[in-house]
Design a protein around this ligand. Structure first.
Ligand SMILES: NC(=O)C1=CN([C@@H]2O[C@H](COP(=O)(O)OP(=O)(O)OC[C@H]3O[C@@H](n4cnc5c(N)ncnc54)[C@H](OP(=O)(O)O)[C@@H]3O)[C@@H](O)[C@H]2O)C=CC1
Ligand SMILES: CC(C)(CO)C(=O)C(=O)O
Length: 309
């Protein structure tokens, strides 16, 4: 398959290095370079027993920013941050064939309508991943955690793309096709509403949220998210969400969340697509979400102070 990955960040690089073992992969970046070399290393992942060689860093070479390769891609995988999706699509739209399937993979929700409006003819697929990666420098990517990737179509004509579940699973398992991708997107949103703003505001690791002082707040956040999810047609109890959040807090205890890292480096966060999306959907159903609103506001205030320092 001819694949173009838009955004050579941590997630894009990880998928690029995995997909290139079986497919032609080309990158689209903001720096206009014609070539990209990426060194992938596996850290704390369990791939080594089967492929001991994968424990060593390996360098992969890619072509980049070639309009003809983008036009001939059967699949475009967008791995930019939620607030960068619109700009990324605007940039590639002149070269994109209407037949190319587009997979959008980011944390948070709320970009879907924009994508559908910008690309009314393309098959659109959304994805959420619990794989973890970070980019220590311009050359490297470290694969730091394994978790499921779930994919599913937003548009009816994307249904034939169910095979993508298998294609992604072949290179970076586990991955599964979903009948209704909004269900896992909402579950991931619940996790991010609970963990991301709190770890950013308290400058702590995910595992620190297991301390008793966060118990009441986590319960209140889950209660509000459960109400909104149920109103959206995804019924769930607050205690089920709390259990899910606790599981992720324990499984990622030593991680700093992406929002914690964004705030530490004074980068724009994805808060508008996490708590902000929840608040927007709550308003549509006349549901009060004061805890999530307070967290959204606190993160926006932090972002507002970046340039004052
Ligand atoms: N990292 C992780 O472990 C995980 C991340 N996620 C989610 O995945 C998404 C991506 O995360 P991550 O890879 O960490 O983020 P990064 O910031 O590392 O990567 C985003 C990349 O997109 C590039 N980009 C932005 N706009 C454009 C554009 N118009 N054209 C081309 N490239 C563009 C950026 O380029 P530039 O370098 O020029 O800024 C950057 O390299 C986020 O939503 C994140 O929350 C989900 C699960 C795990
Ligand atoms: C699941 C979690 C909280 C893992 O750190 C994440 O998705 C993030 O940091 O954005």
């Amino acid at each position: 398959m001819n694949i173009t990955i838009i955004g050579a960040g941590a997630v894009g690089r990880l998928w690029g290095c995995k997909l290139v073992n079986k497919h032609q992969v080309h990158f689209w970046t903001r720096d206009n370079s014609q070539r990209l070399a990426i060194q992938l290393s596996e850290m704390n992942t369990t791939q080594s027993p089967i492929h001991p060689e994968s424990q060593q860093a390996r360098t992969f070479h890619f072509e980049a920013n070639q309009p003809a390769l983008l036009t001939h891609s059967q699949l475009v995988l967008i791995t930019v941050k939620a607030f960068q999706v619109e700009g990324a699509i605007e940039a590639i739209r002149p070269y994109l064939s209407p037949e190319t399937a587009v997979v959008v993979m980011h944390n948070g929700m709320g970009s879907q309508q924009t994508v559908l409006n910008l690309l009314p003819d393309n098959p659109i697929i959304y994805a959420t991943t619990a794989q973890a990666a970070f980019r220590p420098n311009e050359k490297e990517v470290c694969h730091t955690g394994i978790g499921p990737t779930l994919l599913g179509s937003l548009t009816p004509h994307a249904n034939p793309y169910q095979q993508l579940g298998q294609i992604f699973n072949d290179v970076l398992p586990p991955c599964q096709w979903q009948e209704d991708i909004n269900q896992p997107l909402w579950r991931k949103l619940a996790i991010n509403c609970a963990i991301n703003p709190l770890t950013a505001l308290h400058n702590c690791k995910n595992g620190d949220l297991a301390r008793a002082e966060f118990d009441t707040e986590l319960t209140a956040i889950c209660q509000e998210v459960a109400e909104v999810m149920s109103a959206e047609g995804y019924p769930v109890t607050a205690s089920a969400l709390r259990q899910l959040v606790d599981t992720v807090i324990n499984a990622t205890a030593s991680n700093y969340s992406s929002m914690n890292q964004d705030v530490c480096h004074q980068r724009q966060t994805e808060i508008d697509y996490i708590s902000g999306y929840l608040i927007a959907r709550a308003a549509a159903h006349n549901i009060d979400v004061p805890h999530n609103h307070r967290l959204w506001q606190a993160i926006k205030e932090l972002e507002g102070k970046y340039h004052d320092q």
